[in-house]
Design a protein around this ligand. Sequence first.
Ligand code: PMP
Ligand code: GLN
Length: 392
Amino acid sequence: LNRRLAGFGTTIFAEMSALALSTGAINLGQGFPDTDGPEEVREAAVRALRDGRGNQYPPGPGVPELRTAVAAHQERRYGLAYDPATEVLVTAGATEAIAASLLALLEPGDEVVALEPYYDSYAACIAMAGGTRVPVTLRPHEETVDGTVHRRFRLDLDELRDAITDRTRLLLINTPHNPSGTVLTREELTVIAGLAVERDLLVVTDEVYEHLVFDGAEHVPLASLPGMRERTVTIGSAGKTFSFTGWKVGWVTAAPELVTAVRSAKQYLTYVASGPFQYAVAEALALPDAYFEAFRADMLAKRDLLSAGLTEAGFGVFRPAGTYFVTTDIRPLGESDGFAFCRALPERAGVVAVPNAVFYDDREAGAPFVRFAFCKRTPVLEEAVSRLKALA
Ligand code: PMP
Ligand code: GLN
């Protein structure tokens, strides 16, 4: 392994899913649903396969049907108009979109300001691109509303401002945020946008959980704020929105020069991917609003079930405003090392979780936090909760 990738051995998701398999524990580690997405979308994939659509290399930027559907989705949800011919690029999942964006846009030595904790591939891809990551840590924050204590992770906008230097090329944003569940507010995003304009920065924004926002939180695409459309690469994924993580269909929307740049990198990574699935996802994106609303409501009920169960089991719970992850504090259980806790948890309780420390440069700051995924069937979550309660 070369020096750029030193320290990036095996992703925590592979490690923890292997642990779940070998121990038979309930896997609330890696974020994938245990129920596949809509039947009609699976049928659409079968039809594409049968009709011979996408069985050979699809066009480099993605099949026109999907590019059109992605543009129509951005327009319908957010009023953001993108030209399917020049401003949309289909990728092999959001993972490739992240890699291609960073490889295309960074010069060696450029600094990337990224929220910490960060999704693990950000750090590896910044390193592969020869960039330097500059984390801005989301800090635990407590507020009391109507007598109830709410914990969440909050971005300190002054820290963000201070992290930007003359070497900063790019801001890497993620909202709704994995693993914290934080949804950046319009006010916070407006400050971020102002900084990007003032310092003339590019922004890559990972919005794969755009449809999973709760409690009246609103997903605001950064590209929709003044001055941002021309400098923002927005990333989406069918894996998250339609519960087909194995299909690896993602996309980028951005101004033509940015899409061209990202595509230059993308064509030498995979060239193209997911032929027949691209046609199916085009149909999925056109599903009526009722689909997206039902998906959100389902995940909301699961969030509440798991959050309540974890609270009863003695964890400190950061109620997520978005995503399908809940981050907990294990200190109330008398624990302080999330790594050790997660390695022992299958044995102790028959459940797998992920230590948030892997998403931090400042491992100390992340040490007491552990993430659970709630994109699982209700009986599975109930069983996990009853096992975790036995920990106390
Ligand atoms: N970004 C974030 C924040 C994620 O949680 C994930 C994991 N699903 C991805 C990107 C990768 O998405 P995909 O599976 O489409 O590659
Ligand atoms: N995004 C998923 C998570 O955060 C996992 C994706 C992966 O395994 N790389 O759990």
